[in-house]
Write a protein that binds this ligand. Structure first.
Ligand SMILES: Cc1cc2nc3c(=O)[nH]c(=O)nc-3n(C[C@H](O)[C@H](O)[C@H](O)COP(=O)(O)O)c2cc1C
Length: 382
């Protein structure tokens, strides 16, 4: 399998599996507990069918959307994900370059391996900063201030991770940062020498959003430890309301799932919510964003930008989400496998294919702009 033979999500996944040591592949590929929610995320899209309209004379298709004040040329964006430099040495820079090429946003994780500032300098496309809430309120303020100075466009507070999910694949391989591999994990690294050479001959792995504040070196603090020791599980609506006021700009909550929470987000002045179960990596058995979308859009769709992510593998998934009222759709593993498979060239190819797919699907649906999509385009099939 080579890049030129990759035509869809599954092809990139296979190539990533071939290139990456098992523990790293499984870190991307896995979910929490029995991975039920992770599987359901994609399966949810099959429960409704698209109903096209014909003879509408569709020539040019406008895919642009405006979300949280950002004009995007396409209705999808790259959701923030951790540790990208581990997957390929080009890491976040590859993803940001492709997002820029397609005129869309990209997210930088708190556990990102390139700095907000470097990414901002090199890429003009809207930048989202994914943030975790720390016990140390001074640290939260300092990090927000840094993001402001870096020119971050949207603050995205992840609210579904007050504790880490139970990722049993990682327990089996010993995947953690710093690595504490067991014998099987070690063997899997040794069997992918190409990855190892690439890793040691390029820029050193670092976590620039945290390096100033947390010592992750020499095993002093693992990412697991960061979650349990530094993040604040008592975070509540009042805390977040203060943050929203302090940021005083576009602010969204990532991981909202209930109607009640969506209404609270509006009340405290958020400008967006991402319906998300973290790609099935946190609470297994939780509802999918797509299944929850209709109720949330009905409740708050006129007051706040509703975005979703999870399980998106096809252009038609994006059209279904937009038909149900999502303002934009986040991609996670969709770009991570291509990144792991071939760096920027991989992400570029995958996003190019998706762009073509969405354009084709819009034409086949008889739609010229995203506003032409509506719930009338969807019928439940079960
Ligand atoms: C390897 C990996 C790392 C992730 N890291 C983060 C993170 O640091 N912060 C965060 O809010 N979400 C993180 N996510 C969740 C994504 O932002 C997104 O919600 C999810 O991947 C969407 O599901 P999908 O992968 O099925 O598209 C991560 C997901 C994956 C697969």
């Amino acid at each position: 399998m080579r890049l030129k033979n990759c035509h869809n999500f599954h092809d990139y996944r296979k190539l990533a599996q071939k290139r990456l040591p098992g523990p790293i592949f499984n870190y991307i590929d896995g979910g929490a507990d029995d991975e039920v929610t992770m599987r359901k995320n994609t399966a949810a899209y099959d429960k409704v069918d698209l109903v096209p309209n014909v003879l509408r004379g569709v020539k040019d298709v406008d895919l642009s959307v405006t979300v949280m004040g950002q004009k995007l040329d396409v209705p999808f964006y790259c959701s923030p994900t951790a540790l990208q430099r581990l997957f390929h040495h080009q890491g976040e820079h590859a993803v940001a370059a492709v997002a820029e090429k397609f005129g869309t946003m990209f997210g930088v994780s708190s556990l990102g391996t390139a700095s907000l500032e470097d990414l901002r300098k090199k890429h003009s496309t809207p930048q989202v900063y994914q943030f975790y809430f720390h016990k140390d309120r001074g640290l939260n303020s300092a990090m927000m201030q840094r993001a402001k100075e870096a020119g971050v466009n949207v603050m995205m507070l992840t609210v579904d991770s007050i504790t880490g999910g139970n990722r049993e694949r990682d327990l089996r391989t010993g995947f953690s940062i710093p690595m504490r591999l067991n014998m099987r994990g070690l063997y899997e690294f040794m069997s992918k020498p190409h990855w190892g050479i690439n890793y040691v001959t390029h820029e050193k792995f670092k976590l620039p959003q945290l390096d100033e504040h947390v010592d992750m070196s020499g095993g002093a603090k693992s990412i697991g430890g960061y979650f349990t020791e530094m993040l604040d599980p008592t975070m509540n609506w009042d805390d977040v309301a203060k943050m929203v006021r302090e940021w005083d700009g576009e602010f969204c909550l990532k991981g909202v799932m209930s109607v009640a929470d969506a209404k609270r987000a509006v009340e405290i002045g958020c400008t967006g919510i991402v319906l998300s179960n973290h790609g099935g990596r946190q609470l297994d058995g939780s509802r999918t964003a797509f299944d929850q979308l209709e109720d949330i859009v009905m409740a708050v769709g006129d007051d706040i930008d509703v975005i979703i992510d999870g399980g998106v593998q096809r252009g038609t998934h994006i059209l279904k989400a937009l038909s149900r009222g999502a303002k934009a759709v986040g991609l996670g593993r969709f770009y991570l496998y291509p990144l792991a498979a071939a760096g920027e060239a991989g992400v570029d190819r995958a996003i190019t294919n998706l762009h073509v797919e969405v354009l084709r699907d819009m034409r086949l649906m008889g739609c010229q702009s995203i506003a032409d999509l509506s719930p009338e385009n969807l019928i439940a099939n079960i």
